[in-house]
Design a binder for this molecule. Structure first.
Ligand SMILES: *Cc1c(COP(=O)(O)O)cnc(C)c1O
Length: 337
């Protein structure tokens, strides 16, 4: 069985479980869990921000960011395939009362000129745009990576127009691995950033939100409001610390395996998106049926459109898993013309 549904399916290994069992914990709502504090300090340091906040999920981290940067009636600009617009249950409208302005973006990477064309001048008729969200890597964009100069242009342009920039960095460690740069070089181009510990980094639960000390203090209150204050969460933070210490260097293995998967699929005649990181989107007729047929052969994946399947490599997929996946797809192989 090879599970390519998502990089969220990883299970903690023995080293991570041991770190969790050994964690020193307290009550984080009362402010005395040393392991959570350590995770937040490490995350702040890695992102080059003043402070950080441990959250139960990336969805909560994004929603805290939206609430933390906007007022009800504001406009939030983002890619139209972006996570908060598509996969966060309409939370931005409910929790923050903002309207989302979804923007087209090739491979999920916003073009600064397209963004500025949608920022309207101050006027009683218009909802003021106060927040720009940037997703890196871009999930629906195919795991694509923003060039650093595009991030710099987006941040600079947003600042001059009075918008804050939140980086939805659920997979920003994959972006750093693909570019071969320290995380800080990416996270320098935003006011706040969140990343998932529970994806390619392999922790069972959790995300971290980082920003200025004053803004994170505000974010901490919003987390509490949303029910995200946790007690002996040091057990989970210990998994996150273990993940940050051990797993970023191996993300390049996931990228290499995604590429092998892509090359194998193309060789068989499938049309697929060339991976920049750990995702391959492959076109198949009747994707839902194909998903079921692949599952019956021990290859788990997700049909994300009528003719589109997403495959994601991660910590628990080895070279043999890629071979199994390719063997499964071989039986669905399109007729050569
Ligand atoms: C997974 C993901 C999130 C957060 O997801 P959770 O499952 O709530 O942790 C946010 N943004 C993107 C782009 C994601 O892929």
């Amino acid at each position: 069985m090879v599970d390519l549904r998502s990089d969220t399916v990883t299970r903690p290994d023995t080293g991570m479980l041991t770190a969790m069992m050994r964690a020193e914990v307290g009550d984080d709502v009362l402010g005395d869990d040393p392991t959570v504090k350590q995770l937040e300090a490490v995350a702040a340091q890695l992102t080059g921000k003043e402070a950080a906040l441990f959250t139960p999920s990336g969805t909560m981290a994004n929603q805290i960011a939206i609430r933390g940067w906007t007022q009800p009636g504001d406009e939030l600009l983002m890619y139209d395939g972006g996570h908060p617009y598509n996969y966060e249950a309409g939370a931005a409208a409910t929790i923050s009362g903002v309207q989302v302005r979804p923007l087209p973006a090739a491979r999920g990477l916003l073009d600064p000129e397209v963004v500025w064309a949608h920022v309207r001048p101050p006027n009683d008729h218009f909802a003021p745009a106060t927040l720009l969200m940037v997703e890196n890597t871009s999930n629906r964009g195919g795991g694509s990576v923003y060039p650093l100069d595009t991030l710099a242009a987006l941040y600079e342009g947003a600042r001059t127009r009075g918008l804050a920039v939140h980086l939805d960095g659920a997979r920003v460690f994959n972006a750093a691995a693909a570019l071969g740069v320290p995380l800080k070089q990416i996270t320098a181009h935003c006011d706040s950033v969140c990343f998932c510990l529970s994806k390619g980094l392999g922790a069972p639960v959790g995300s971290v939100l980082a920003g200025s000390a004053a803004w994170i203090a505000r974010a901490r209150r919003i987390r509490k409001m949303l029910g995200g204050g946790m007690r002996q969460s040091g057990y989970l933070a210990a998994a996150g610390l273990y993940a940050l210490e051990h797993n970023p260097p191996r993300l390049v293995d996931d990228h290499r395996r995604a590429r092998r998967l892509y090359e194998g699929l193309v060789e068989m005649g499938f049309s697929a998106t060339e991976p920049e990181t750990n995702m391959v989107y492959v076109t198949v007729p009747r994707a839902a049926e194909a998903e079921a047929a692949l599952a019956a052969r021990g290859v788990a994946c997700i049909a994300v459109g009528p003719e589109l399947i997403r495959l994601v490599t991660h910590l628990d997929v080895d070279d043999a898993g890629i071979s199994s996946a390719l063997a499964g797809f071989a039986l669905l192989r399109p007729a050569r013309t």
